[in-house]
Design a protein around this ligand. Sequence first.
Ligand code: ZN
Length: 445
Amino acid sequence: MIREFIRIVLTVTFIFSFVENLSAKTGEAGNIQIIHAGALLAVPGKGPMANASVIVEAGKVAEVRAGFVSASDISSDKNQTVEIIDLRDSFVLPGLMDMHTHVTFEFSRDQQLRNVTVSDEDVTIDGVVFARRTLMAGFTTVRNVGAPPAAIFALRDAIAKGKVPGPRIIAAGGGVSPTGGHGDINGYRDDIFPEPSHSGICNGADDCRRAVRVLAKGGADVIKFVATGGVLSNTAAGTGQQFTDAEMVALIETAHALGRKVAAHAHGVDGINAALRAGVDSIEHGTYLDKESIRLFRKTGAYYVPTISAGVTVAEWAEIEGYLPPSMRDKARRIGPIVHATFARAYKGGVKIAFGTDSGVSKHGLNAREFLFMVEAGMPEEEAIKSATINTAILLGRADQLGTIEPGKVADIIATKQSPIDDIRQLQKVTFVMKDGVVYQAAGE
Ligand SMILES: [Zn+2]
């Protein structure tokens, strides 16, 4: 753990020195950074402007001005440090946000064994590595919807305090699932995983209120539940509705009463529509959504979090002999090939879309591949960027702080060499990352 920590500190220190020590004093009151942007997409959806300056003070955006302003234009105070960050050759945009990650974990073919050999401490360290990778890929905020609660809360808090580099984490802790459902730990002797396998397992409306309250008490920022079966659970339970309507209503009401939004994992249309009727804030995956789902999405204002990357990844695994147990392989074969079409249907239907990948199924750091899948399925480039900035900020209830480069917002700013509006693949090659006014990556290092 110490070795890993030192490596991270050294890496970050190296990056700081690489950008002329400009980060050493960031985040402190009285220090100003001026980003000179060759192109600036301050508000995705409103188009980029050429040659602009972003003035950052104490980790927040203070001002956006046309042209390249100099230090003396900003301050005559000799005690104030003004640093210029030269991105005149780059395209600058708000930090990206992923609404569906599992940052403490990457699925592998020995997953069933790892479930009983890996400790929460191991998982936490993995999270430190994957969180850094995610940040360096340009993702400054993630919503993590499933991890051992103690591990993800420790990681979230350590990142927030600046102890380790990573994206701002909005954490669900564990997921809420019925016994034998997608979020249970299936396929083991009951002396290894006794029932209930974790505190998020609940059956019946009252018991589900308890499960939500326990998660909130433990530090969950958001509640995730499994409305339907899922691909990567070792059970032949299909992908239809798993919680009853009454259980869904109870757990969503309870979460809302405790000030938490609710994300529902859902593939089958019965579970998607039941969760929407019960007042869920977002549907994750949404594989078999239909006309009625689209009507409900539009009526309730819920977001759809597509996770096309997960469908593409499991479809690849299904073709590798022995990679997945038979129950997972069957589900992967059915769901993988149809996720692009689901996305196209939802987008054309006018459903609000918030970017999400299910990274942990796909590899961490490849989150931006999702943009390519979205564009391939018919979404214009700038709208895809909006889905990962403005839309995600609204879904999190943090549009006053995140999602655009405007005065008063947190200084989460990234850059690419070429315009991602011309070529969306540019987002897979982020060359500059600032979070809370701290530079984590510059010059593509
Ligand atoms: Zn997931």
